[in-house]
Design a protein around this ligand. Structure first.
Ligand SMILES: Cc1cc2nc3c(=O)[nH]c(=O)nc-3n(C[C@H](O)[C@H](O)[C@H](O)COP(=O)(O)O)c2cc1C
Length: 187
């Protein structure tokens, strides 16, 4: 099947662990989409300087955040991308601090600018029950709904404790590859 259209796919990794399960899942989805004709980029949130929202409401008055940090460059990347692959491991039933801090900064965006973005979510966890991912999934579904984005699908990887655990799960990697392929064959 021919890809529906060229897409630029941005992977956003919320784990501080390089080469860990989140990054591996994100890489797998990106690689599969690239095989189908996509272009891709990846950012590691832990490597960026992103300050926490101060709730000053400066963004509501001026249209831009008072914080001058790496979020400015990241927003440019996000806006030019058609698809975002958002990855975070579960930390205490929620996303990592790096990921939540990044999300809070969406408060300062022009809320129309994310409309129509497609989102794939990758969530590894140490626990064995996929249900543990429900808070992250619910939060991201509600945000996508609110901002007019398309929440496409979630890859949940339970039982992933070691840094490279997910590389030993051919089933999970196959699910990630299939997600990368599917996103290139849907409008
Ligand atoms: C601070 C911290 C909190 C965690 N909390 C949970 C949790 O609530 N539930 C769970 O299933 N796993 C939890 N884990 C395990 C990670 O989700 C798991 O090891 C995951 O595969 C890490 O992904 P990474 O290799 O990309 O960092 C936690 C790990 C850390 C370091």
């Amino acid at each position: 099947m021919m890809p529906y259209k060229d897409k630029h796919i941005l992977g956003i990794v919320g784990s501080p662990r390089r080469g860990g399960n989140t990054e591996t899942l994100v890489d797998t989805i990106l690689a599969s989409a690239v095989e189908q004709g996509a272009t891709s980029e990846k950012v590691i949130l832990n490597d960026l300087e992103i300050a926490p929202c101060q709730a000053c409401n400066g963004c509501q008055r001026t249209g831009s955040c008072v914080q001058k940090d790496d979020m400015e460059k990241l927003l440019i990347l996000m806006k030019k991308s058609d698809v975002w692959v958002l990855g975070t491991p579960i930390y205490w039933w929620g996303p990592t601090a790096q990921f939540k801090l990044f999300l809070d900064r969406w408060y300062g965006i022009d809320q129309r600018s994310f409309q129509g973005k497609e989102v794939i979510v990758a969530i590894p966890m140490g626990g064995g029950d996929e249900h543990y991912a429900r808070h992250i999934i619910g939060m991201l579904r509600d945000i996508c709904n609110y901002l007019g984005m398309k929440y496409v699908e979630t890859i949940v990887a339970p039982g992933m404790n070691g840094r490279g655990s997910v590389r030993e799960s051919s089933r999970t990697l196959e699910l990630a590859r299939a997600a990368g392929m599917r996103i290139m064959n849907t409008c």
